[in-house]
Design a protein. Structure first.
Length: 111
């Protein structure tokens, strides 16, 4: 290998998440929280990887897709206050599962 090629290869930067479009990173995070068996734990792990993913995971669009019913069993029985805090947060960002769960008692409250 010629010295100029070695120098060029050594100076080539490694791929980074920062080079990917934010929209793609958001789609990845949404897929994770929508399909994971432990969406909140996995979201936290993804946030811990780097500052780029911390920004992505904090978006309302990502939290809106958290599969609440997947984490319900684990959190509901062990830490009910944490579950209700999560439920309020998800309702505030427009999560459909959380909105449905909180709306059912309101809807049938008069019956």
């Amino acid at each position: 290998m010629k010295p100029s090629r070695v120098f060029m290869a050594a100076n080539r930067q490694q791929p980074s998440l920062e080079t990917l479009p934010m929209k793609l990173l958001t789609v990845i995070a949404i897929h994770l929280v929508a399909t994971s068996d432990q969406p909140m734990e996995d979201l936290g792990r993804l946030q811990a990887t780097c500052t780029v993913m911390r920004r992505v995971c904090g978006q309302c669009a990502v939290v809106r897709h958290v599969a609440l019913l997947r984490c319900w069993e684990e959190v509901q029985w062990n830490q009910p206050s944490r579950y209700y805090s999560l439920l309020r947060l998800l309702v505030d960002v427009g999560n459909p599962e959380a909105s449905l769960l909180t709306g059912i008692p309101d809807f049938f409250g008069g019956y």
